[in-house]
Ligand binder design. Structure first.
Ligand code: ZN
Length: 357
C-alpha cells in the first residue's frame, strides 16, 4: 500500500463491514492500484483486523492469505502473471532479471483471463465458506477478460452468495462491459503529486540510490506514475538503446527491429507513443513531457517532422497498444512500427547536406 492511497484507504476501511458485493478499483497504471486491492482483500480475509481496518498479519487467515492458499479467496488473473508477485512489480526491483530472455523459450503464457477460469468460480461460490468470514474474488486486471469471459462473470455478479466480495481492478474501465461496470461500486484511486512520488522513490533501492533529479527524469518517463518510474529504471539500458536508434531521425527499419528484439511489444509501443507525443509537443513549441533529458534533441528532430503525420501516428499507436498484447509476429509488429514512424519525417526532395550523415 502506498502513502498516496491513504485517504482512499481510510474511507474504505471505515466501512469494511458494509461493503457492496462488488467493487471496481480503478486508477492510472503504475500507481499501485493492485497493491491497494490486495491490501483490501487481505483485510477482508483477516479474522483479527486492527481498529484502522488493517489485516493483523498474524492470524491463521492472514497466514494462509500470505501463502496464497486461503480456501475462501480466489485470485483470477492471466496465466502470464501466475509466477509474479502482487503489486505491479513494485517489490521486484531487485529481481529485475525476471523478464530476461530465458522466459522467451517457454511456451508463451496467455495474457488473457480464460473463460474457464471464471466458470470455475461457480463451484467455488456454490459451497459454503470454509471459515465463518468473508469470501473474496480478486480479478486483475479486469480488462484481461474478453466479452465472453465478462459475460460469464456477470452471472456471479448478478446473484452473489452472502458474505462474498468481488474486487475488480483496472486501469482501463472503458474496456469493461457497461453491464459489468454497473454492478460494481467504483473506487477511483488518484495519482500522487510529484513531491509524494519522489519522496517514495527516494526510499527505493537503497543499495544503488539515485538522486532526486534522476528519479525526476524516470518519473517523467513513467508519466508521473511512481511504480512505472521504478519499472523504467529496470529497463533503462534498453530504453537508452531505443533513444539511440531514434537520435538521427529516420531509423533503418530492419536494424531497429533487430535492436529492439526481445522487448515486450507493448513496452515498445508505449515508448514510441511517448516519444512521438513529445515530438509533437516540441513541434508545436510546448515543453516535452516524458523525455526531459532529450528535449534539445527532440526540438531538432521535430523541426523535420510533419505535425499532421505526428498526430495521425499518435492516434494509430493507441490501436497498436491493444494489438501489442497479442501480436501474431512480434518481429513484423516491430518492423511495422518503425516503418510508420519513418513516415512522420518530411523528405526534402533536393538533397540536403547533413553533417556526419
Ligand atoms: Zn489476520
Amino acid at each position: 500500500m502506498f502513502s498516496w492511497h491513504e485517504k482512499d484507504w481510510n474511507s474504505l476501511a471505515a466501512r469494511l463491514q458494509q461493503l457492496p458485493h462488488a467493487l471496481l478499483i480503478q486508477g492510472p497504471p503504475g500507481t499501485g492500484i493492485e497493491a491497494f486491492a490486495f491490501t483490501l482483500a487481505e483485510a477482508l480475509m483477516c479474522e483479527r483486523r486492527t481498529r484502522q481496518g488493517w489485516a493483523c498479519g498474524a492470524c491463521q487467515a492472514c497466514n494462509w492469505f500470505a501463502q496464497g492458499n486461503h480456501p475462501d479467496f480466489r485470485l483470477v488473473q492471466p496465466e502470464s502473471l501466475d509466477s509474479t508477485e502482487a503489486g505491479e512489480g513494485a517489490e521486484g526491483a531487485e529481481g529485475g532479471e525476471a523478464a530476461a530472455p530465458a522466459a522467451k523459450k517457454e511456451k508463451k503464457k496467455s495474457d488473457q483471463i480464460r473463460v474457464e477460469q471464471v466458470r470455475a468460480l461457480q463451484d467455488f461460490l456454490a459451497i459454503g465458506t470454509h471459515r465463518a468470514g468473508n469470501r473474496v474474488v480478486l480479478v486483475r486486471p479486469a480488462e484481461a477478460m474478453n466479452v465472453t469471459t465478462q459475460n460469464a462473470l456477470l452471472k456471479s455478479l448478478e446473484e452473489p452468495p452472502p458474505a462474498t466480495v468481488f474486487i475488480l481492478v483496472t486501469s482501463h474501465p472503458a474496456r469493461l462491459l457497461p453491464t459489468v461496470r454497473s454492478r460494481c461500486q467504483r473506487i477511483v484511486l488518484g495519482q500522487p503529486d510529484t513531491q509524494q512520488a519522489l519522496d517514495w522513490l527516494l526510499t527505493q533501492d537503497p543499495q544503488q540510490p539515485l538522486s532526486r533529479d534522476d528519479w525526476g527524469q524516470l518519473l517523467a518517463q513513467g508519466g508521473g506514475a511512481p511504480v512505472a518510474a521504478l519499472e523504467a529504471r529496470q529497463h533503462e539500458a534498453a530504453r537508452n538503446g531505443f533513444v539511440r536508434l531514434l537520435r538521427d531521425g529516420r531509423p533503418e527499419v530492419l536494424a531497429a527491429a533487430d535492436a529492439t528484439q526481445g522487448l515486450p511489444p507493448a513496452l515498445l509501443v508505449a515508448w514510441l507513443q511517448r516519444w512521438v507525443y513529445d515530438l509533437l509537443r516540441a513541434r508545436l513549441g510546448t515543453p516535452v513531457r516524458y523525455h526531459l533529458a532529450e528535449a534539445p534533441l527532440l526540438a531538432q528532430l521535430a523541426a523535420r517532422c510533419d505535425p499532421i503525420a505526428l498526430t495521425r501516428l499518435l492516434r494509430s499507436l493507441g490501436d497498436s497498444l491493444r494489438l501489442a498484447e497479442h501480436p501474431l509476429n512480434a518481429r513484423l509488429f516491430a518492423e511495422d512500427l518503425f516503418i510508420r514512424y519513418r513516415e512522420v519525417f518530411v523528405v526534402v526532395a533536393s538533397s540536403v547536406k547533413r553533417r556526419g550523415g
